[in-house]
Design a protein around this ligand. Structure first.
Ligand code: N01
Length: 504
């Protein structure tokens, strides 16, 4: 029997090389840290923007907000960037940051266990074992595709793939294709498929709210101005940021104020679809904003096209070559595209992270649902930090803003450990409970909870464990500096409650 190779030791181990992991790597390096590694299961940086390559994939958040504040991009081609541009941006930032030599690609984290004796994490991966003092999880909130559980789907003999795992080797031209789902991914891919397939069936379970896209191409002059006029891009970005933040109360306090936007969405239906029966089918029956508000100019016209059917009868089963709906209708297809979203409230990675008492994160969260302190730290999981953790998602703006806030907080935590000579930092249960009680109290009033819909924001108990119910500015303020009074910090031998002894 061959002996297992010894674990490679690092100070910090980052999981994931998307916006989150990359931001953490860049900022750790800025702080003078070099003893860290970024493990990435894919072959490149980019995360969700590397994976989602379906036709039409683009950002539904304005481009100006979809970049790091420390690496603004004057070169976006339009106000909503297509996926290839975002992926190229992430690659460029990674290359220029000088951190890429710390990235290990094609390496999947299999298990991460806290070793209370060594006071370190043991991280087993497809490429060997690592021992790290701290682990930063930037594995993404929308990174695990969810396949629908439909009777017979595993017997389908044609080609089947998820939008996040697009099979570019399949030529869809002239094929009979079905798309299951009508969320953000579906409404982007449907218009592209409609142009090339022989026939498209779109299976809708719940009609989404869709407002016009209002996209605009940036001219050469405009791009030059953004690049060379001092302060212009910052000003533009601030304007877009404030416009987005102004919509927060419509989601969190007074849903009534989104009435004009809802009117716009209804007008969008009338503009795109002439057939009254089809208009009725696509008209949502829940409050505007309860599910993610989608933006598109070409989704409704695509549904109205002669080669497209919108199917609203529930799917009964999938056969070897068709989809059968509850009314008994059988529709033959060659290719089945599932646009059914992601695991969001039961993140698969949590089954593989084991804390102080031998319990996995998934086990700890089984009854409570995902809960963390400031979306970042979890009791019983020392020296573990989440980026895009529980209740850090947004219904209105760019996740990059949240990522930067969390990374600032983590940096300050590490700085506190460094300067105070602490080996272990662990958030207190009481602080976590207080934080989440306030957060969930706030959540009750939001349109996501009270708007009469089911969505990926809610877990199996109907609890919203994914979104942040305030402004991004508020989140940033709360995470601006590490708050040791919510933690127990300890040196190798004796635990010290932060309140007793914090010099940082
Ligand atoms: O996934 P979704 P998505 N049978 O969960 C339906 C981000 N994103 O990939 O509404 C039949 O929103 C489901 O129906 P219902 C963005 O944050 C961003 O589209 O649950 N149907 C729904 O219609 C977004 O919110 C961009 O009744 C089934 C759809 O599948 C998030 O990713 C672009 C079903 C799933 O919609 C997820 O979007 C794309 C079943 N068994 C995505 N199961 C940007 O532009 C599910 N559905 C930045």
């Amino acid at each position: 029997m061959t002996e297992a190779a010894p674990a490679q030791r690092v100070d910090h181990l980052i999981i994931g090389a998307g916006f989150a992991g990359l931001c953490a790597a860049i900022k750790l390096q800025e702080d003078g840290e070099r003893d860290f590694v970024v493990l990435e299961r894919g072959p490149d940086v980019g995360g969700t923007w590397r994976d989602n390559t379906y036709p039409g994939a683009a950002c539904d958040v304005p481009s100006q907000l979809y970049s790091f504040s420390f690496a603004r991009n004057p070169d976006w081609s339009s106000s909503y960037s297509p996926q290839p541009e975002i992926q190229a941006y992430i690659q460029r930032v990674a290359r220029r940051s000088g951190t890429l030599d710390r990235f290990v690609f094609d390496t999947t984290v299999e298990d991460a266990d806290w070793d209370d004796t060594a006071q370190r994490w043991t991280v087993r991966t497809s490429g060997g074992t690592w021992s790290a003092r701290t682990v930063i999880v930037g594995a993404g909130g929308l990174s695990e595709p969810r396949l629908p559980e439909i009777d017979g789907i595993d017997t389908f003999q044609g080609t089947l793939f998820h939008t996040a795992q697009w099979d570019h080797s399949v030529d869809l031209t002239g094929k009979r294709v079905a798309v299951i789902g009508t969320g953000a991914s579906a409404i982007q891919v449907v218009p592209e498929l409609q142009k090339i397939v022989a026939h498209l069936d779109v299976y809708q379970r719940t009609a989404p709210w869709v407002i016009p896209r209002n996209d605009r191409t940036y001219g050469d002059l405009e791009r030059r101005a953004l690049r060379y006029v001092p302060g212009l891009q910052r000003l533009y970005r601030t304007g877009v940021y404030l416009a987005k933040e102004a919509t927060v109360p419509a989601f969190t306090l007074w849903p009534g104020i989104s009435a004009p936007a809802q009117k716009q969405a209804l007008a969008n239906i009338r503009k795109g679809i002439k057939d009254p029966a089809l208009r009725e089918k696509v008209t949502p029956h829940f409050a505007f904003g309860c599910k993610r508000v989608l933006i598109s100019n070409d989704y409704y016209p695509a549904l109205a096209a002669d080669n497209v059917d919108l199917v609203t009868d529930p799917i009964a089963k999938v056969t070897g070559s068709s989809i059968v709906t509850a009314d008994g209708t059988e529709r033959e297809i060659d290719v089945l595209v599932v646009a059914t979203g992601f695991y969001t409230t039961e993140l698969p990675i949590t089954e593989h992270i084991t804390g102080r008492h031998g319990q996995t994160l998934a086990e700890q969260w089984r009854d409570s649902g995902m809960t963390a302190y400031k979306g970042t730290t979890v009791p019983n999981f020392p020296n573990l930090f989440f980026i895009v953790g529980p209740n850090t998602g947004l219904g209105h703006s760019s996740m990059v803003l949240m990522i930067e806030s969390q990374v600032a907080y983590i940096r300050d935590a590490l700085r506190t450990m460094r300067t105070g000579g602490y080996d272990v930092v662990e958030v207190d249960q009481a602080a976590t409970d207080r934080y989440n009680a306030a957060l969930q109290g706030r959540m009750r009033r939001t349109v996501w909870s009270a708007g009469g819909c089911d969505s990926w924001y809610l877990d199996a108990h109907g609890k919203n464990t994914t979104l942040w119910p305030r402004s991004t500015w508020d989140f940033r303020r709360r995470l601006a500096s590490f708050d040791p009074e919510a933690y127990t910090l300890s040196r190798a031998a004796r635990p010290v409650h932060a309140r007793e002894d914090v010099t940082a």
